[in-house]
Design a protein around this ligand. Structure first.
Ligand SMILES: Nc1ncnc2c1ncn2[C@@H]1O[C@H](COP(=O)(O)OP(=O)(O)O)[C@@H](O)[C@H]1O
Ligand SMILES: [Mg+2]
Length: 303
């Protein structure tokens, strides 16, 4: 079956929606260009705004396998590209006859059979086109970035013992970054750029309703309004879409009928996860959720 290939931005947007991802305008546009131009996309933005999910959704819609490289500090080529399977090589050497020369042994143990493919190599070597997700690239160092650059411009890997392995198919490549460090200009130059931010109210409402369709519309709207209010405070970690979705699920489970001050205070740790943030939020937002009479009551001088 030929993989899906969208022919317009609206078609791609509709495709993403059909697999459970509601793209904003620029998300649909940049994703479309990525499938057409064969350029990697660098997706930057705060945590929990749908960067990783975009890659997953694209793979679902394009009907391609998702190959994911999760980056972390100290990630090296052996874990990202390939490494030799030393154990297997050793076993092979032990079974070689005593009089086998080095040439024979070398020829035997440096074949594809002894290669452990890591995600980047898997994506390059794949017979069918894949979506390659290089997740949280900002966690690696610049050296690793430089190695990636080569790979992203040529889509090939050179293995000294084996020669050049060139991509047989064009992968759709997404790199994500939580913006914890500035990426190099060289990397940015090679990529299309997508900045994903917290969505506007209506967009987030749609996303929450998609994930929790059982939550009543008015509740969902209030939830999103409160989350937006919380985001406006100066917090260490503002709540993301992921937290909105979790909160909707929690409220459903608890059978909450309204988001009043009590409900808010008892569940706000689902969306706010720092001690100091909790204090700020309780004070600034909790109060706003008090029913009007109570607020009026507060204003009366103590008898
Ligand atoms: N546009 C969207 N449509 C549907 N779900 C979304 C959207 N954006 C974010 N989500 C949901 O929000 C959660 C967090 O997204 P994720 O991709 O893990 O964030 P990030 O990688 O940016 O930290 C996921 O459950 C994801 O399904
Ligand atoms: Mg992510």
């Amino acid at each position: 079956m030929p993989a899906t290939s969208p022919t317009s931005v609206p078609e791609l947007a509709e495709g993403l929606r059909s697999v459970g991802y509601l793209p904003g305008e620029s998300t649909a546009l940049v994703s479309f260009l990525a499938t057409k131009l064969g350029k990697p996309v660098l997706v930057e933005g705060p945590a929990g705004v749908g960067k990783t999910e975009l890659a997953k959704a694209l793979a679902r819609f394009l009907d391609r396998r998702l190959v994911r490289l999760q980056c972390y500090e100290g990630l090296d080529e052996a874990k990202a590209l390939y490494e030799w399977n030393y154990r297997k090589q050793l076993l092979r050497i032990q079974t070689e006859s005593e009089d086998a020369g080095w040439q024979d042994v070398q020829g035997d143990i440096f074949g594809e059979e002894f290669l452990l493919q890591r995600p980047l190599m898997t994506a390059i070597a794949s017979e069918d086109p894949v979506v390659l997700l290089i997740d949280e690239i900002d966690k690696t160092d610049q050296e690793f970035e430089a190695m990636l650059l080569e790979l992203l411009s040529d889509f090939q890997i050179s293995i000294p013992e084996l020669g050049l392995i060139a991509a047989r198919t064009q992968p759709v490549v997404l790199l994500t970054s939580n913006n914890t460090r500035e990426l190099t200009e060289a990397l940015k130059r090679r990529c299309l750029y997508l900045w994903l931010d917290y969505p506007d109210l209506e967009h987030e409402l749609q996303i929450v309703r998609l994930h929790s369709p059982e939550l009543e519309e008015t509740m969902a709207r209030k939830l999103v309004e409160v989350v937006h209010m919380v985001r406006e405070l100066d917090l260490k970690k503002p709540p993301s879409i992921a937290e909105s979705i979790d909160w909707a699920r929690a409220l459903l489970l608890l059978g909450a009928q309204d988001i009043d001050e009590g409900t808010f205070r008892s569940t706000m740790s689902v969306i706010v996860k720092h001690r100091t943030d909790l204090d700020i939020v309780a004070e600034r937002v909790g109060v706003k959720l008090r029913p009007a009479e109570a607020v009026a009551g507060d204003a009366r001088p103590a008898a």
